[in-house]
Design a binder for this molecule. Sequence first.
Ligand code: ADP
Ligand code: MG
Length: 392
Amino acid sequence: MVLNTVKEADVKGKRVLIRVDFNVPVKDGKVTDNTRIKAALPTIEYLLNEGAKLIVVSHFGRPKGKKSEEFSMKPIRAEFEKLLGKKVKLAGDVIGPEVEKEAENLKEGEVLLLENARFYPEEEKNDAEFAKKLASLADIYVNDAFGTAHRAHATTEGVSHYLPSYAGFLIEKEVKYMAPLLENPEHPFVAIIGGSKVSSKITVLESLLNTCDVICIGGGMAYTFLKVLGHKIGKSLYEEDYIETAKNFLESAKKKGVKVILPVDHIGAKEFKEDAERICIDGVDIPDDVMGMDIGPKTVELINDELKSAKSVVWNGPMGVFEFSSFSKGTEDVAKALADSSAISVVGGGDSVAAINKFGLADKISHVSTGGGASLEFLEGKTLPGIKALEK
Ligand code: ADP
Ligand code: MG
């Protein structure tokens, strides 16, 4: 997968429409977490230094296709301007004659932020006329919003049909780390997959069977697999509808020679509560009145052993209920082992990334993906419309 990247574009004096992910949390008119805005700055600053006239577009929240003060980009403009250290003008709309005039009047190095793209239902419908109007504002299109690249919307895909299109640095980095995992990973390639449900991760598990040497399964989804193998799982999470799927997965792993590691011990609780008593279960079987909340130390050791020799690792989904401090140790220990490993490490998934950040280990991971849903779909081997639009 080879993308057109922003460095190849000649942007001097050109109007550049850049799609970013400024969908940040806002409370009482203030941005409470500016991580996503900061993440887009390298591409934005690069374009401005190169003499582009910049038009920035993003979605924000769910205004349901209607203009509303609640979902205006106003608070985001203020934070963006502060971080960029440069005046940012907020357009009164996303498309239309007023915006066209403002775009035309832009000078080199100036920034115009469009209003919330989702003020128009045409955005999510990927309406061609809407995309054409957006495209008419600019000469060049740059996408740096990986988090929405799995959606074919007007600002993520539609506009690319009408403008020369390039990947920003964020998307470039995502693809640089993720594409090899699908195409030609360095072996041994170990996957650590967890999270709550088999149903949400089965497609990625099946896809990983084609590339991985070892798949470690933890989190709530592990118990359905353990049940298939005839173990007692007590009150643990269990998806009856996925018994056949889980069975088939284990069989095809065997056929393909992929080693599957499932929990061999657990930390359990009698109730799903933050302050529930921690019950150590030193074996695979879980008593009837207990639910598995985290993987145990022996399981951590098994995963750690695989990580020692791994050359590439992908992690998606926490090993336990890491939000509860009593049940976060398995996730934390695996995160630490990954941070210590010399393998190329990629972490994707909203909660897994939150866990890595919570433990302060993000800078020890080769690549922490900025897109939850998008990174999962990428690993499933699906074509992401927003990425496809940028391919050479
Ligand atoms: P990601 O966002 O990284 O893809 P998921 O959304 O699939 O991960 O799963 C994360 C959720 O799984 C967390 O909220 C976590 O509490 C939950 N979880 C992990 N292990 C268990 C378990 N043993 N029982 C119940 N929930 C679990
Ligand atoms: Mg999640």
